[in-house]
Design a protein around this ligand. Structure first.
Ligand SMILES: Cc1cc2nc3c(=O)[nH]c(=O)nc-3n(C[C@H](O)[C@H](O)[C@H](O)COP(=O)(O)O)c2cc1C
Length: 360
Protein backbone atom coordinates (compact mmCIF):
# COMPACT_ATOMS: atom_id res chain seq x y z
CA UNK A 1 0.00 0.00 0.00
CA UNK A 2 1.41 3.42 -0.86
CA UNK A 3 1.06 6.09 1.76
CA UNK A 4 2.16 9.72 1.74
CA UNK A 5 3.44 9.54 5.31
CA UNK A 6 5.73 6.59 4.51
CA UNK A 7 6.70 7.99 1.09
CA UNK A 8 7.61 11.38 2.54
CA UNK A 9 9.94 9.70 5.01
CA UNK A 10 11.67 8.01 2.07
CA UNK A 11 11.58 4.58 3.71
CA UNK A 12 12.57 1.51 1.72
CA UNK A 13 10.61 -0.81 4.00
CA UNK A 14 7.32 -0.20 5.86
CA UNK A 15 8.98 -1.27 9.11
CA UNK A 16 9.29 0.88 12.21
CA UNK A 17 11.54 -0.14 15.09
CA UNK A 18 9.66 0.60 18.32
CA UNK A 19 11.01 3.40 20.50
CA UNK A 20 12.06 1.29 23.47
CA UNK A 21 13.17 3.36 26.44
CA UNK A 22 16.06 1.56 28.13
CA UNK A 23 16.57 -0.90 25.25
CA UNK A 24 16.85 1.04 21.96
CA UNK A 25 20.15 2.86 21.46
CA UNK A 26 21.47 5.41 18.98
CA UNK A 27 23.37 2.58 17.26
CA UNK A 28 20.14 0.57 16.89
CA UNK A 29 18.03 3.49 15.65
CA UNK A 30 20.69 4.54 13.14
CA UNK A 31 21.21 1.00 11.84
CA UNK A 32 17.46 0.56 11.28
CA UNK A 33 17.16 3.90 9.50
CA UNK A 34 20.26 3.27 7.38
CA UNK A 35 18.73 -0.03 6.26
CA UNK A 36 15.57 1.75 5.08
CA UNK A 37 13.25 1.27 8.07
CA UNK A 38 12.37 3.91 10.67
CA UNK A 39 14.68 3.76 13.68
CA UNK A 40 13.54 5.11 17.01
CA UNK A 41 14.77 6.33 20.38
CA UNK A 42 12.63 6.21 23.52
CA UNK A 43 13.74 9.18 25.64
CA UNK A 44 10.92 9.18 28.20
CA UNK A 45 13.24 7.96 30.95
CA UNK A 46 16.05 10.37 29.99
CA UNK A 47 16.77 13.87 31.16
CA UNK A 48 16.48 16.52 28.43
CA UNK A 49 20.30 16.61 28.31
CA UNK A 50 20.44 12.82 27.93
CA UNK A 51 17.79 12.96 25.21
CA UNK A 52 19.72 15.65 23.32
CA UNK A 53 22.89 13.60 23.54
CA UNK A 54 21.17 10.43 22.25
CA UNK A 55 19.61 12.35 19.35
CA UNK A 56 22.95 13.90 18.39
CA UNK A 57 24.67 10.50 18.63
CA UNK A 58 22.04 9.02 16.32
CA UNK A 59 22.47 11.93 13.89
CA UNK A 60 26.19 11.26 13.79
CA UNK A 61 25.44 7.71 12.61
CA UNK A 62 22.69 8.36 10.07
CA UNK A 63 21.36 11.07 7.80
CA UNK A 64 18.07 9.17 7.44
CA UNK A 65 14.86 10.06 9.35
CA UNK A 66 14.23 8.55 12.80
CA UNK A 67 11.58 8.80 15.51
CA UNK A 68 11.99 10.21 19.02
CA UNK A 69 9.39 9.15 21.57
CA UNK A 70 8.19 10.77 24.80
CA UNK A 71 5.54 9.85 27.39
CA UNK A 72 2.44 12.01 27.94
CA UNK A 73 1.05 10.36 31.07
CA UNK A 74 -1.13 12.20 33.55
CA UNK A 75 1.02 13.31 36.51
CA UNK A 76 0.95 10.78 39.37
CA UNK A 77 -1.81 11.26 41.92
CA UNK A 78 -0.06 10.86 45.25
CA UNK A 79 -1.60 8.49 47.75
CA UNK A 80 0.77 8.31 50.69
CA UNK A 81 -1.09 5.52 52.48
CA UNK A 82 -1.18 3.34 49.42
CA UNK A 83 2.50 4.00 48.72
CA UNK A 84 3.38 3.11 52.32
CA UNK A 85 1.41 -0.14 52.07
CA UNK A 86 3.24 -1.00 48.83
CA UNK A 87 6.63 -0.30 50.38
CA UNK A 88 5.77 -2.51 53.36
CA UNK A 89 4.53 -5.26 51.10
CA UNK A 90 7.87 -5.28 49.26
CA UNK A 91 9.99 -4.94 52.43
CA UNK A 92 10.51 -8.72 52.96
CA UNK A 93 11.70 -9.04 49.37
CA UNK A 94 14.20 -6.21 49.81
CA UNK A 95 15.32 -7.79 53.09
CA UNK A 96 15.85 -11.13 51.40
CA UNK A 97 18.49 -9.31 49.32
CA UNK A 98 20.03 -7.63 52.35
CA UNK A 99 18.53 -4.26 51.37
CA UNK A 100 15.85 -1.90 52.64
CA UNK A 101 13.08 -0.42 50.49
CA UNK A 102 12.98 3.33 49.75
CA UNK A 103 11.34 5.35 52.54
CA UNK A 104 9.19 7.18 50.01
CA UNK A 105 8.39 6.75 46.35
CA UNK A 106 9.49 9.49 43.96
CA UNK A 107 7.84 10.60 40.74
CA UNK A 108 10.85 9.60 38.68
CA UNK A 109 9.70 10.80 35.23
CA UNK A 110 8.02 14.08 34.31
CA UNK A 111 5.36 13.89 31.65
CA UNK A 112 6.33 15.61 28.40
CA UNK A 113 3.46 18.09 28.88
CA UNK A 114 5.29 19.43 31.94
CA UNK A 115 8.77 19.57 30.44
CA UNK A 116 9.62 22.77 28.61
CA UNK A 117 13.25 21.62 28.56
CA UNK A 118 12.38 18.40 26.67
CA UNK A 119 10.30 20.40 24.18
CA UNK A 120 13.28 22.74 23.68
CA UNK A 121 15.54 19.76 22.93
CA UNK A 122 13.09 18.46 20.33
CA UNK A 123 12.70 21.90 18.75
CA UNK A 124 16.47 22.32 18.57
CA UNK A 125 17.17 18.87 17.16
CA UNK A 126 14.02 18.54 15.00
CA UNK A 127 13.72 14.76 14.64
CA UNK A 128 11.86 13.78 11.46
CA UNK A 129 9.23 12.02 13.59
CA UNK A 130 8.19 12.64 17.20
CA UNK A 131 5.82 10.16 18.83
CA UNK A 132 3.76 10.14 22.01
CA UNK A 133 2.74 7.31 24.32
CA UNK A 134 0.13 7.35 27.15
CA UNK A 135 -1.71 10.38 25.79
CA UNK A 136 -1.18 13.62 23.94
CA UNK A 137 0.86 16.75 24.59
CA UNK A 138 -0.55 20.25 25.00
CA UNK A 139 -1.91 21.86 21.78
CA UNK A 140 0.85 24.50 21.78
CA UNK A 141 3.52 21.76 22.03
CA UNK A 142 1.95 20.03 19.02
CA UNK A 143 1.92 23.32 17.13
CA UNK A 144 5.55 24.12 18.01
CA UNK A 145 6.75 20.67 16.88
CA UNK A 146 4.74 20.98 13.70
CA UNK A 147 6.25 24.41 12.99
CA UNK A 148 9.67 22.82 13.49
CA UNK A 149 8.84 20.39 10.68
CA UNK A 150 8.41 17.22 12.79
CA UNK A 151 5.85 14.62 11.78
CA UNK A 152 3.80 13.47 14.74
CA UNK A 153 2.41 10.07 15.77
CA UNK A 154 0.74 8.79 18.93
CA UNK A 155 -0.24 5.38 20.27
CA UNK A 156 -3.89 4.34 20.47
CA UNK A 157 -5.17 1.15 22.10
CA UNK A 158 -8.84 1.79 21.21
CA UNK A 159 -11.04 3.77 18.85
CA UNK A 160 -11.76 6.57 21.34
CA UNK A 161 -8.03 7.30 21.78
CA UNK A 162 -7.50 7.17 18.02
CA UNK A 163 -10.30 9.71 17.54
CA UNK A 164 -8.64 12.09 20.00
CA UNK A 165 -5.33 11.73 18.15
CA UNK A 166 -7.02 12.46 14.81
CA UNK A 167 -8.89 15.45 16.24
CA UNK A 168 -5.61 16.94 17.45
CA UNK A 169 -4.26 16.82 13.89
CA UNK A 170 -1.42 14.31 14.22
CA UNK A 171 -0.03 12.58 11.13
CA UNK A 172 -0.28 8.88 12.03
CA UNK A 173 -1.50 6.49 14.72
CA UNK A 174 0.31 3.50 16.22
CA UNK A 175 -2.39 0.87 16.83
CA UNK A 176 -1.02 -1.02 19.82
CA UNK A 177 -2.65 -4.41 20.32
CA UNK A 178 -3.00 -6.35 23.59
CA UNK A 179 -0.07 -8.63 22.75
CA UNK A 180 2.46 -5.77 22.46
CA UNK A 181 5.52 -5.73 24.65
CA UNK A 182 6.21 -2.92 27.10
CA UNK A 183 3.83 -0.36 28.49
CA UNK A 184 0.32 -0.37 27.18
CA UNK A 185 -0.26 3.09 25.75
CA UNK A 186 -3.71 3.55 27.34
CA UNK A 187 -4.46 7.22 28.02
CA UNK A 188 -6.20 6.37 31.32
CA UNK A 189 -4.83 3.26 33.02
CA UNK A 190 -7.87 3.10 35.32
CA UNK A 191 -10.46 3.07 32.53
CA UNK A 192 -11.89 -0.21 31.22
CA UNK A 193 -9.52 -1.67 28.64
CA UNK A 194 -11.09 -3.46 25.66
CA UNK A 195 -7.80 -5.33 25.16
CA UNK A 196 -8.20 -5.59 21.39
CA UNK A 197 -5.73 -7.72 19.48
CA UNK A 198 -3.36 -6.03 17.04
CA UNK A 199 -5.39 -7.39 14.14
CA UNK A 200 -8.80 -6.35 15.50
CA UNK A 201 -7.61 -2.88 16.49
CA UNK A 202 -5.73 -2.22 13.25
CA UNK A 203 -8.69 -3.23 11.14
CA UNK A 204 -11.06 -1.13 13.22
CA UNK A 205 -8.87 1.99 13.05
CA UNK A 206 -8.24 1.56 9.31
CA UNK A 207 -12.00 1.54 8.79
CA UNK A 208 -12.88 4.37 11.13
CA UNK A 209 -9.97 6.82 10.96
CA UNK A 210 -8.55 8.42 7.84
CA UNK A 211 -4.93 8.56 9.02
CA UNK A 212 -2.10 6.11 8.35
CA UNK A 213 -2.30 3.31 10.93
CA UNK A 214 0.89 1.62 12.10
CA UNK A 215 0.20 -1.86 13.52
CA UNK A 216 2.12 -2.86 16.67
CA UNK A 217 2.05 -5.90 18.93
CA UNK A 218 3.31 -9.45 18.52
CA UNK A 219 4.64 -8.94 14.97
CA UNK A 220 7.93 -10.79 14.69
CA UNK A 221 8.73 -11.64 11.08
CA UNK A 222 8.17 -10.48 7.51
CA UNK A 223 5.01 -12.54 7.07
CA UNK A 224 3.54 -10.93 10.20
CA UNK A 225 4.36 -7.51 8.76
CA UNK A 226 2.66 -8.42 5.49
CA UNK A 227 -0.42 -9.52 7.46
CA UNK A 228 -0.52 -6.08 9.04
CA UNK A 229 -0.36 -4.43 5.61
CA UNK A 230 -3.19 -6.71 4.46
CA UNK A 231 -5.29 -5.49 7.41
CA UNK A 232 -4.79 -2.01 5.92
CA UNK A 233 -1.87 -0.80 8.03
CA UNK A 234 0.58 1.62 6.38
CA UNK A 235 3.48 0.04 8.26
CA UNK A 236 4.29 -2.23 11.19
CA UNK A 237 6.11 -1.28 14.38
CA UNK A 238 8.17 -4.02 16.04
CA UNK A 239 9.82 -3.83 19.45
CA UNK A 240 10.46 -7.28 20.87
CA UNK A 241 12.02 -8.49 17.61
CA UNK A 242 14.88 -6.01 18.19
CA UNK A 243 15.64 -6.74 21.88
CA UNK A 244 18.26 -9.42 21.12
CA UNK A 245 20.07 -7.33 18.48
CA UNK A 246 23.70 -6.62 19.41
CA UNK A 247 22.91 -2.87 19.43
CA UNK A 248 20.26 -3.33 22.17
CA UNK A 249 20.93 -2.22 25.75
CA UNK A 250 19.16 -5.34 27.14
CA UNK A 251 21.35 -7.25 29.59
CA UNK A 252 22.29 -10.92 29.27
CA UNK A 253 19.63 -12.16 31.71
CA UNK A 254 16.88 -10.39 29.78
CA UNK A 255 18.14 -11.82 26.46
CA UNK A 256 18.35 -15.31 27.95
CA UNK A 257 14.86 -15.17 29.45
CA UNK A 258 13.42 -14.17 26.07
CA UNK A 259 14.38 -17.55 24.67
CA UNK A 260 13.56 -19.56 27.78
CA UNK A 261 10.30 -21.44 28.12
CA UNK A 262 8.21 -18.91 30.06
CA UNK A 263 5.51 -16.66 28.63
CA UNK A 264 4.56 -13.02 29.09
CA UNK A 265 2.09 -11.31 31.37
CA UNK A 266 0.38 -7.91 31.58
CA UNK A 267 1.15 -6.40 34.99
CA UNK A 268 0.98 -3.03 36.75
CA UNK A 269 3.19 -4.12 39.60
CA UNK A 270 6.52 -3.09 38.13
CA UNK A 271 5.77 0.50 37.16
CA UNK A 272 2.20 1.30 38.21
CA UNK A 273 0.84 1.12 34.64
CA UNK A 274 -0.13 -2.01 32.72
CA UNK A 275 2.84 -3.35 30.77
CA UNK A 276 3.60 -6.69 29.14
CA UNK A 277 6.63 -8.37 30.66
CA UNK A 278 8.33 -11.75 30.57
CA UNK A 279 7.13 -13.93 33.44
CA UNK A 280 9.86 -13.65 36.07
CA UNK A 281 10.20 -13.61 39.86
CA UNK A 282 8.83 -10.07 40.04
CA UNK A 283 5.68 -10.85 38.05
CA UNK A 284 5.18 -14.07 40.06
CA UNK A 285 5.36 -12.07 43.30
CA UNK A 286 3.02 -9.46 41.81
CA UNK A 287 0.37 -12.06 41.08
CA UNK A 288 0.00 -12.40 44.83
CA UNK A 289 0.05 -8.65 45.38
CA UNK A 290 -3.28 -6.92 45.82
CA UNK A 291 -3.63 -5.35 42.40
CA UNK A 292 -6.03 -2.55 43.31
CA UNK A 293 -3.51 -1.40 45.87
CA UNK A 294 -0.68 -0.62 43.46
CA UNK A 295 0.38 3.05 43.58
CA UNK A 296 0.41 5.30 40.53
CA UNK A 297 2.90 5.40 37.66
CA UNK A 298 5.77 6.26 37.75
CA UNK A 299 6.08 6.14 41.56
CA UNK A 300 5.66 2.37 41.64
CA UNK A 301 8.52 2.16 39.14
CA UNK A 302 10.80 3.88 41.65
CA UNK A 303 10.37 0.87 43.95
CA UNK A 304 10.54 -1.58 41.05
CA UNK A 305 13.91 -0.22 39.94
CA UNK A 306 15.27 -0.21 43.50
CA UNK A 307 14.15 -3.82 43.99
CA UNK A 308 15.77 -4.91 40.74
CA UNK A 309 19.03 -3.17 41.72
CA UNK A 310 19.03 -4.87 45.15
CA UNK A 311 18.29 -8.28 43.59
CA UNK A 312 20.96 -7.88 40.91
CA UNK A 313 23.48 -6.96 43.58
CA UNK A 314 22.91 -10.50 44.96
CA UNK A 315 23.03 -12.11 41.49
CA UNK A 316 19.22 -12.50 41.16
CA UNK A 317 18.08 -11.32 37.70
CA UNK A 318 14.38 -12.13 37.93
CA UNK A 319 13.25 -8.69 39.08
CA UNK A 320 13.99 -6.64 35.94
CA UNK A 321 11.43 -4.83 33.83
CA UNK A 322 11.88 -7.42 31.09
CA UNK A 323 9.27 -6.05 28.71
CA UNK A 324 8.31 -8.32 25.80
CA UNK A 325 5.40 -8.99 23.48
CA UNK A 326 3.60 -12.28 22.97
CA UNK A 327 5.93 -13.14 20.06
CA UNK A 328 8.83 -13.25 22.59
CA UNK A 329 11.80 -14.40 20.51
CA UNK A 330 11.75 -16.00 17.12
CA UNK A 331 14.72 -17.11 15.08
CA UNK A 332 18.36 -16.15 15.09
CA UNK A 333 20.01 -12.97 16.27
CA UNK A 334 20.83 -10.31 13.65
CA UNK A 335 22.29 -6.82 13.86
CA UNK A 336 19.42 -4.31 13.59
CA UNK A 337 20.17 -3.24 10.00
CA UNK A 338 20.42 -6.84 8.80
CA UNK A 339 17.19 -7.62 10.62
CA UNK A 340 15.38 -4.89 8.66
CA UNK A 341 16.72 -6.29 5.36
CA UNK A 342 15.70 -9.82 6.36
CA UNK A 343 12.22 -8.73 7.51
CA UNK A 344 11.64 -6.83 4.28
CA UNK A 345 12.82 -9.76 2.18
CA UNK A 346 10.49 -12.10 4.08
CA UNK A 347 7.63 -9.61 3.76
CA UNK A 348 8.08 -9.34 0.00
CA UNK A 349 8.21 -13.14 -0.33
CA UNK A 350 5.02 -13.44 1.74
CA UNK A 351 3.31 -10.75 -0.36
CA UNK A 352 4.17 -12.47 -3.61
CA UNK A 353 3.23 -16.01 -2.62
CA UNK A 354 0.02 -14.82 -0.94
CA UNK A 355 -0.19 -17.78 1.44
CA UNK A 356 0.33 -15.59 4.49
CA UNK A 357 -3.23 -14.31 4.34
CA UNK A 358 -5.23 -14.81 7.53
CA UNK A 359 -8.89 -15.54 7.76
CA UNK A 360 -11.31 -13.17 9.42
C1 LIG B 1 11.46 -3.23 25.73
C2 LIG B 1 10.33 -2.38 25.26
C3 LIG B 1 10.33 -1.02 25.58
C4 LIG B 1 9.31 -0.20 25.08
N1 LIG B 1 9.36 1.15 25.33
C5 LIG B 1 8.49 1.97 24.69
C6 LIG B 1 8.66 3.38 24.75
O1 LIG B 1 9.60 3.90 25.37
N2 LIG B 1 7.75 4.15 24.09
C7 LIG B 1 6.72 3.61 23.36
O2 LIG B 1 5.94 4.35 22.76
N3 LIG B 1 6.54 2.28 23.30
C8 LIG B 1 7.41 1.46 23.93
N4 LIG B 1 7.25 0.10 23.82
C9 LIG B 1 6.08 -0.44 23.09
C10 LIG B 1 6.33 -0.43 21.59
O3 LIG B 1 6.18 0.86 21.07
C11 LIG B 1 5.38 -1.35 20.79
O4 LIG B 1 4.05 -1.04 21.09
C12 LIG B 1 5.62 -2.81 21.07
O5 LIG B 1 7.00 -3.09 21.13
C13 LIG B 1 5.01 -3.65 19.98
O6 LIG B 1 4.91 -4.99 20.38
P1 LIG B 1 6.08 -6.07 20.19
O7 LIG B 1 7.06 -5.77 21.28
O8 LIG B 1 5.37 -7.35 20.37
O9 LIG B 1 6.68 -5.87 18.83
C14 LIG B 1 8.25 -0.75 24.31
C15 LIG B 1 8.27 -2.12 24.02
C16 LIG B 1 9.29 -2.92 24.48
C17 LIG B 1 9.27 -4.38 24.12
Amino acid sequence: MTCEFINDLGLKAPIFQAPMAGVATPAMAAAVSNAGGLGALGVAASTPEGAGKAIRETRALTTRPFNVNVFCHAPALRDNDRERRWIERARPLFESFGATPPEQLREIYSPFQASDAMLEVLLETRPAVVSFHFGLPRPEQIEALRQAGCRLMATATCLAEARQIAERGLDAIVAQGWGAGGHRGVFDPDATDEGRSTQALTRQLVQEISLPIIAAGGLMDGADIQHALDWGAAAAQLGTAFIRCPESAADEAYRARLVSGGGTVMTRAISGRPARCLVNRFTAWAEDAICEDIPAYPNTYDLGKALNAAAKERGETGFGAQWAGIGKARGDIFPAGELILKLEEERRAAASNGDHRLEG
